[in-house]
Structures are given as C-alpha cells and as structure tokens.
Design a protein around this ligand. Structure first.
Ligand SMILES: Cc1cc2nc3c(=O)[nH]c(=O)nc-3n(C[C@H](O)[C@H](O)[C@H](O)COP(=O)(O)O)c2cc1C
Length: 167
C-alpha cells in the first residue's frame, strides 16, 4: 500500500470488533517498530503486548475507558532513559525514540487493515505495576490494536502555512 495513503487513512479508532488479530500481522507490526531509527542507534525502547483478558481488566485502573478494552490487543510502548542518547545540553531522547517506534507500529497496523489509537492519558504507576515493568522502564503510550467497528471521519489539521516556514 502507498505510504501516503496509509498516512491519510489512519484514524484514532475508539470502537473495535472482537475478532482476533492474526499472528502474522502482530509479528509484522512489531517488526516495523523494531526497525525504527533511534538517536545514536541506542534503541532505548521496549514494548509490552497485552492479550491476556485478566491483565486488560486490571489495566482499567490505569485507563478507565470502556471502548479501549473492546480491542483484542493492547500495546504499550516504553522508554528506558538510562540507555538513551543525550544531547550536549542534557536532553534525553528516549521518549522520542519510543514515540518513533510506536508510530512505525501504528502505521504498519494501518497498512495491515488494523486500527489503533494513541493513548497518553493513563496513570503511569498503575501501568508500571500491572505490566511488571522493571525499574527504569517508563510507559510513554499505549494503543489498542484490532479491527475497527466504526472508522471516524478525518479530524481537522491546521494549514501547512501555519506550521512551516521556508527560509
Ligand atoms: C501522543 C498522543 C496522545 C494521545 N492520547 C490520547 C488519549 O489519551 N486518549 C484519546 O482518546 N486519544 C488520544 N490521542 C488521539 C488524539 O486525540 C488524535 O490523534 C487527534 O485528535 C487526531 O485525530 P486522528 O488521530 O483521528 O487523526 C492521542 C494522540 C497522540 C498523538
């Protein structure tokens, strides 16, 4: 599928069919995340894929939106600050590296006919304890992954002139 079509078609989907996601598709979207670039190639990123219904139920403490749990899979992207490259002024790029990898996964999911939705409004301490994240591993974003029940219309984007300056 054409890259520009994938970018254009992706939506934040907030209702999912219960149909399971094929293993081949899960493997391919995770591989897309693995191939993401990272600052100085440090790869300070890891993912947790939640299929287990009991764990999904527990995650409600971290993010209490019913629609989120209609998807068969939840993916949590994490960053590891101690493994990341730091700029000379101290800026740590771990969360940016994790976001790039997560976006690879999200775009690959779209290419596979799957739906996703970036989620940041969760309570990190609950995610950390429920997913048993080791010390130093921080959750940055989650997404449900599954087949869309309702695909929303595109949302507004500001015009290019408002976001780009040519010098
Ligand atoms: C970093 C990030 C965090 C987000 N967090 C949430 C969230 O916690 N809950 C939610 O419902 N949507 C969340 N969204 C989805 C945005 O609301 C959505 O991307 C935006 O409204 C544009 O709509 P679209 O994705 O359908 O193009 C998040 C998106 C991004 C990129």
């Amino acid at each position: 599928m054409d890259m520009y079509e994938i970018i254009k078609n992706r939506r934040s989907v907030r209702s999912y069919k219960p149909d399971p996601v094929e293993k081949g598709k899960i493997d391919r979207i995770l591989e897309a995340a693995r191939l993401a670039p990272s600052a100085a190639n440090r790869q300070p990123v890891c993912f947790v894929v939640v299929k287990d219904e009991k764990t999904k139920l527990q995650l409600r403490k971290a993010y209490d939106e019913k629609w989120f749990y209609t998807a068969p899979l939840i993916v949590c992207a994490c960053y590891i600050p101690d493994k990341a490259w730091k700029r000379s002024d101290g800026k740590n790029y771990a969360d940016i590296d994790a976001a790039i990898a997560m976006d690879h996964l999200i775009m690959a999911a779209e290419a596979e006919g799957l739906a996703t939705c970036w989620i940041a409004a969760f309570k990190p301490p609950f995610v950390k304890s429920i997913l048993n994240l080791p010390p130093g591993v921080e959750p940055i974003a989650m997404t449900p992954v599954g087949y869309p029940l309702v695909t929303p219309e595109p949302t507004y984007r500001k015009p290019l002139e408002e976001m780009v300056t040519f010098i």
